[in-house]
Design a protein around this ligand. Structure first.
Ligand SMILES: C[S@@+](CC[C@H](N)C(=O)[O-])C[C@H]1O[C@@H](n2cnc3c(N)ncnc32)[C@H](O)[C@@H]1O
Length: 219
């Protein structure tokens, strides 16, 4: 049984900047202070700007607010494979709550520019491995955590095609967004069914979601 995470430095860095827009959107990290400015009339305070790119680089591309972490924990089961682990932040949070996570990446971040998405150090030991190889070597009982598969790249589709298990925890933007490619979304539509979803705290202007997919059963 998994429990809620104990520490969450990413959330601590953004929680005071979360605002609700006036158009029915969900909670938003008000990167430029625009929503707060509209609400309060206060001038923009440059010292309190949130640097999205620094935070996504250091942690993960979706904000790991507590409700979002809890949602993933409730659905991911005890064993997970995270083959596009980036900084390993999700693996770290899930591991902190007792989930056994295998985390790998083609370029585990090590403080150099080799990983264009994550420039700092990783939060745990991220294995260096191509994602398709990692999934092929993995026990299919592990849930596939697929978080922000790179845009317009075949890797998201290739990973899903190689995965033999039955559950995907997908984090990122949807079809026509900035994750994966058309083939990935077609494959999901044909072979997978959405069983739960969750609206995370988003950076202003982004449309990322968490969706749990189950493999469709043969008729
Ligand atoms: C947009 S980042 C997302 C990282 C992390 N999942 C997150 O949500 O923050 C994409 C990650 O995929 C990794 N990646 C790209 N192609 C890969 C491949 N063929 N095999 C393994 N990792 C790959 C990159 O190195 C990068 O760390």
């Amino acid at each position: 049984m998994t429990t809620m995470t104990e520490t969450n430095a990413y959330w601590d860095a953004v929680r005071e900047h979360v605002e609700h827009d006036d158009f029915g959107g969900g909670p938003t990290v008000d990167e430029y202070g625009s929503l707060a400015r509209r609400r309060t009339g206060r001038p923009f305070d440059l010292d309190h700007r949130v640097e999205r790119r620094e935070l996504t680089s250091a942690y993960s591309w979706t904000v790991t607010d507590p409700a979002t972490v809890t949602f993933v924990l409730e659905d991911c089961g005890p064993q997970v494979i995270d083959p596009l682990a980036g900084s390993g932040w999700w693996a770290h949070l899930l591991g902190q709550a007792g989930v056994d996570v295998v985390a790998s990446d083609l370029n585990p971040p090590n403080g150099t520019e080799a990983n264009n998405w994550h420039r700092g150090a990783a939060h745990l030991d991220v294995m260096r491995m191509d994602a398709v190889d990692a999934v092929r070597l993995s026990d299919p009982a592990r849930t596939l955590l697929l978080s922000w598969p790179p845009y317009d790249s075949s890797i998201g589709r290739d990973v899903i095609a190689a995965y033999e298990g039955n559950l995907i925890a997908y984090i990122g933007e949807g079809p026509y967004g900035c994750c994966g490619d058309e083939d990935m979304w077609r494959l999901i539509e044909v072979e997978w069914v959405e069983i739960a979803d969750h609206w995370p705290v988003q950076f202003y202007g982004l449309h990322d979601w968490v969706t749990i997919y189950e493999r469709k059963r043969a008729a």
